[in-house]
Design a protein around this ligand. Sequence first.
Ligand SMILES: [Fe+2]
Length: 256
Amino acid sequence: MPKLEIEQFACLSDNYAVLIHDPEAGVTASIDAPDGKAILARLKAKGWTLTHLLITHHHGDHTGGNLQLKQETGCSIIGPKAEADRIPGIDREVAEGDVVAFGNFEIKVLETPGHTLGHVSYFIPAAKVAFVGDTLFALGAGRIFEGNAEMMWKSLQKIMRLPMDTEIYCGHEYTEANAKFALTLEPNNQALVNRAQDVDRLRRENKPTLPTRLDRELETNPFLRPNVTAIRAKLGMLYAPDWHVFAAIRERKNKS
Ligand SMILES: [Fe+2]
């Protein structure tokens, strides 16, 4: 089984940059381009040459480094077809079901709209790793800027159907605030209580709380748990459809 090396590091105020590298094939991809300069520095430190840039959505804190990276490395920029006109330097437009060849690996494109209308996530089955941009966060979910709650819920469900042990990389470090909010909905979820303590400790030590894993999110992330009776009871929505409960959780978090 080929090996995939993954390098995650913080940049800008709370973004994560992630580099993936197939040492056998000598290819390297960056997931999004929050900070071109920081990404170039890390590539240099690792001795890796950027060949691919995989963009999840058009927001400036995910595409700001596109042109600099392309100019300096000649990398190929891959991004969502639905928002191609807003992704600087895009070379290849991708949509649901498309596969991007990356050395010994195949990268599958999942359309995950809601945060933006064209947002995509990237899943590498052979490495059991997914890059979900601003759709899912550790203990949270992305804000719904362009889509609606039903659309976002469907996108999250797509991620929820990946293998349980999928490692999930997200666009931002928001976990501490998300944990506080999650505890207001499920104070008696022991897995959540334990995780919130782990998150506090990691952040005190200035360590990342990401990547996360799908099974851990399913146990503790309220945005993936609208079917849970305790959450429904808290919101007074015992018999509502899941996506209505999800929408109410999103609303409540927006106001928190
Ligand atoms: Fe965003």
